[in-house]
Design a protein around this ligand. Structure first.
Ligand SMILES: NC(=O)C1=CN([C@@H]2O[C@H](COP(=O)(O)OP(=O)(O)OC[C@H]3O[C@@H](n4cnc5c(N)ncnc54)[C@H](O)[C@@H]3O)[C@@H](O)[C@H]2O)C=CC1
Ligand SMILES: O=C(CO)COP(=O)(O)O
Length: 353
């Protein structure tokens, strides 16, 4: 690695001054898992990936490509992918998970109690689990039997396809344990990807999960033909309801003004690369949910997480009208045209209320 090593990421058996590569595992060979694996490899880590498709794993290992999820990208050398979960995590000091949020518990359950005691586990996901209303770091600690301090979350304005071609961006690495956050930040820092650390795990995770729901709402408005005033209104009021939920769950308000809050909200709502924004636009243009899912390649987390975020809000008595409207359109048959009326005809109130 070409940068300082403030904490113990490298093997203690390394010769003085000679940093050994970090053993890292990435679970999930979709667009973000593959891109984050490339970032780790560029930062000097030795990276193994786990995926359920033998064909995708072979492409990554043998040809340094992932044609379905990152077409046109050549991956850095040294990434090996396999369908053998046990072999991929064995000996890894950093295990990053990039799977659709609703699948994480089932995929990781076989690893319960079997993670290397020195390893940290990193959530790259932006979702909330339906039924339990758990954030992804909670699903990881629950499923793997880990203390919260051994889990970190990476979240920010991080559209995978931009990072895969080394466009510059920053991110937030959050953990309740500052040393864990610093360790993960160290492992993924490269000239085009700058990690900041934070201990507000709740705020960082909520920022990532709720912005997907707000991006769906923005997409629905754009697909209906509305312009920038409507987009800006949804982004701003979407941030307001995210902050309200965060306050109820103990997050720090300033986190939502940062990269994992406003930063990611703006990137996702503005970019046609966003699957949530794209799916929302299809719905706004008149497609059914099934048609929109088919027309959108990749995981649009907000489709399922809108229900889980709403459950969480209702459990804590928090008003989230945009989230409620998105869930009503996607899952309860509310026409997009009625969504606008439902939101704009609410009782007037003070802006900060
Ligand atoms: N793509 C992006 O730009 C970013 C995505 N994220 C988050 O990362 C997480 C993963 O997203 P992506 O990699 O983009 O999704 P993706 O749709 O590109 O890939 C999902 C991967 O999970 C696999 N998968 C799906 N169901 C599975 C199951 N039941 N068992 C095992 N594997 C399964 C798929 O085969 C695929 O390899 C999501 O929470 C997303 O919000 C976060 C930041 C950026
Ligand atoms: O999280 C993302 C950017 O930060 C990716 O957004 P989508 O999941 O909507 O593509």
């Amino acid at each position: 690695m070409g940068h300082d090593d403030p904490i113990s990421l490298v093997s203690t058996s390394a010769a003085p001054g000679a940093a050994e590569p970090v053993d890292a595992a990435v679970l999930g060979t979709g667009s973000w898992g593959t891109t984050f694996a490339a970032v780790l490899a560029d930062a000097g880590c030795a990276v193994r990936m786990w995926g359920r498709s033998a064909e995708v794993c072979a492409q990554i290992t043998e040809h340094r490509i992932n044609a379905s999820y990152l077409p046109g990208i050549t991956l850095p050398a040294g990434i090996a992918a396999s369908t053998d979960l046990d072999a991929v995590v064995a000996g890894a000091r950093l295990i990053a998970v990039a799977l659709p949020s609703q699948t994480v518990r089932a995929v990781l359950s076989p690893l319960a109690g079997r993670i290397d005691p020195a390893a940290v586990v990193v959530s790259l996901m932006k979702g909330v689990e339906l039924g339990t209303q758990e954030r992804m770091s909670e699903v990881l600690t629950d499923t793997l039997g880990l203390p919260a301090g051994r889990v970190a979350v990476v979240s920010g304005p991080n559209l995978a396809k931009e990072i895969a071609v080394h466009q510059p961006t920053a991110t937030v690495v959050a953990s309740t344990d500052e040393a864990t956050a610093a360790l993960v930040a160290h492992a993924c820092a490269v000239p085009y990807f700058r990690p900041y650390t934070n201990t507000d795990v709740v705020g960082v995770e909520l920022g990532g999960a709720v912005k997907n729901v707000i991006a769906l709402a923005v997409g629905m408005a754009q697909g209906s033909g509305f312009g920038h005033n409507t987009t800006a209104t949804i982004i701003t009021r979407g941030l307001a309801e995210t902050i309200r939920l965060g306050a109820a769950l103990g997050a720090q308000a300033e986190t939502f003004a940062g990269l994992a809050g406003l930063g990611d909200l703006v990137a996702t709502c503005a970019s046609p690369l966003s699957r949530n924004n794209t799916l929302g636009r299809h719905i706004g243009a008149g497609m059914s949910l099934a048609e929109a899912v088919t027309a959108t390649s990749g995981t649009a987390e907000g489709v399922k997480s809108c229900g889980a975020v709403l459950e969480l809000a209702q459990r804590h008595g928090v008003d989230m009208p945009i989230t409620q409207a998105v869930a009503a359109v996607l899952h309860h048959g509310l026409p997009v045209s009625a969504m606008t009326e439902a939101l704009l005809s609410r009782p007037r109130k003070a802006e900060g209320g």
